[in-house]
Design a binder for this molecule. Structure first.
Ligand SMILES: Cc1cc2nc3c(=O)[nH]c(=O)nc-3n(C[C@H](O)[C@H](O)[C@H](O)COP(=O)(O)OP(=O)(O)OC[C@H]3O[C@@H](n4cnc5c(N)ncnc54)[C@H](O)[C@@H]3O)c2cc1C
Length: 415
């Protein structure tokens, strides 16, 4: 039997893994990458350290995937987080587990993750073509029969794996080519949005606190629907004020949970989530008593960093210099309410240039989850971020790329 010819489009995380597994499966594999090098985005992951996966159990994985977690069952069964860690070790890049079960290479260098994959591709005899941009898919007799390059050349193949990534950080090569190719071949592509991205607020005051980070706060999003307001999302953690609004882990996660239309959404930051309103009021009363002759800001300074304390006083409709002993019970209640629920209104998500990932993409309805093969065009397989699956920070998104890539490569070689 002649060797199966497989073309992988895109030499990012998913494409490299797909090429490796297709070659391991005995196919003759060509990996086409438009950039001058492989894995340009992987280099900048985890601030250059590459948080390549998460050591959590699969239940936690399912919880950390925001859209279409069930689509991932077979891909994780084929290659899970342990599999990726073992593979990295085998390819000469040992890994370590850090806080939050985040997995990094022991060297703290993303380049070592790419180095490992390159060694694997080399060992398996994958042909890598850099500076090669694919313009479209070539189809014959209702099958995917190869690719058309930008220059017009057509390369034939028995199977093609599309792993061109999403739209985030377009400078790394992911400019949405794969969505267009998939749509042209009859696949549904759901609306895309920047995700794991900072959020702009209607209020301009966060700009005056730019750079201030908050730990152990609770960020909650509410949405007005019908007569009643609904809680959309709420989590505790860290966040950051920026010149345009909010960023940091909580804001990034929230961005993935917000609806496309932000009308009717409001946010609250609980600065003291460990204290219920009654306990916090008792503390305020105690502080008011102890500092009755001082200015109000002296009390609030004990509850928040000074710049934020000043803002809290303003938001509560009070003044920093007012004597503590002049604060009425009603004013104290307003201050307490502000500390427990600092109000913010999201205006927009920042754009793809700042988004860690893209939300939306090729509809999972058009992909067989057991093989990653298209249900519309036999011989075409999908892998990575261009599929409509997205997850939280912590190594989950790269694991999605590794797992879908490995399954696509293996199935394409076996089919
Ligand atoms: C700043 C940043 C930090 C991140 N940190 C982490 C992290 O620490 N942990 C984590 O899990 N995730 C992280 N992510 C997300 C993670 O990088 C992505 O989920 C992952 O890279 C997606 O892999 P992919 O192969 O699908 O897409 P990509 O990595 O984007 O690869 C797609 C490749 O296809 C190529 N390509 C595109 N079109 C064509 C074409 N027409 N012809 C040929 N080639 C083409 C591109 O040049 C690119 O190399 C981070 C993302 C960013 C932006």
């Amino acid at each position: 039997m002649s060797q199966k010819r497989i073309i992988v489009i895109g030499g990012g995380a998913a494409g490299m893994m797909a090429a490796l597994f297709a070659a391991k499966g005995g196919a003759s594999v060509t990996l086409l990458e438009r950039n001058e090098k492989l894995g340009k985005k992987v280099y900048i992951t985890g601030k250059g350290r590459c948080n390549l996966t998460n050591a959590a159990d699969m239940e936690e994985f399912q919880r950390s995937i925001f859209r279409n977690p069930r689509f991932m069952y077979a891909a994780f069964a084929n290659l899970d987080n342990r599999g990726v860690m073992d593979l990295m070790e085998c390819l000469g890049t040992p890994v370590k587990v850090e806080r939050g079960s985040r997995v990094f290479p022991c060297s703290d260098k993303a380049s070592d993750v790419i180095g490992a994959l390159k060694r694997g591709l080399d060992r398996e005899g994958v042909r890598v073509c850099l500076n090669t941009r694919v313009a479209g898919l070539s189809m014959e007799d209702g099958r995917c029969a190869g690719v058309k390059l930008e220059g017009g050349e057509v390369l034939g193949a028995d199977a093609v794996i599309l792993a061109t990534g999403g739209l985030s950080y377009p400078s790394t090569g992911s400019t949405g080519d794969g969505y267009r190719m998939a749509a042209n071949a009859g696949h549904a592509v759901t609306d895309t949005l920047p995700a794991l991205v900072p959020i702009e607020t209607v209020e301009s005051w966060p700009g005056t606190l730019s750079g201030l980070s908050l730990k152990n706060v609770r960020l909650t999003a509410w949405i007005s629907g019908g007569k009643k307001e609904k809680k959309l999302w709420s989590e505790m953690g860290e966040m950051l004020f920026t010149h345009f609004g909010i960023s940091g882990p909580l804001a990034l996660t929230l961005s993935s949970r917000l609806p496309g239309d932000l009308a009717g959404v409001r946010l609250e930051i609980d600065l003291k989530p460990a204290l219920d309103a009654q306990t916090l009021d008792a503390r305020l009363l105690r502080d008011f008593k102890a500092m009755s002759r001082k200015q109000l800001i002296s009390v609030v300074d004990g509850l928040a960093p000074h710049s934020l304390a000043e803002q809290l006083v303003k938001l509560a409709g009070l003044t920093a210099a007012m004597p503590v002993n002049s604060v009425t019970a009603q004013q104290r209640a307003a201050l307490l309410e502000t500390i427990k629920a600092v109000p913010l209104t999201p205006r927009a998500l920042r754009d793809y240039n700042e988004a860690i990932i893209t939300r939306g993409g090729v509809s999972v309805k058009d992909i067989n989850p057991s093989t990653m093969e298209s249900k519309k065009l036999p011989g075409l397989y999908f892998a990575g971020e261009l599929i409509d699956v997205d997850a939280a920070t912590g190594g989950f998104n790269l694991q999605i790329a590794w797992s879908t890539g490995a399954l696509a490569g293996k199935s394409a070689a076996e089919a």
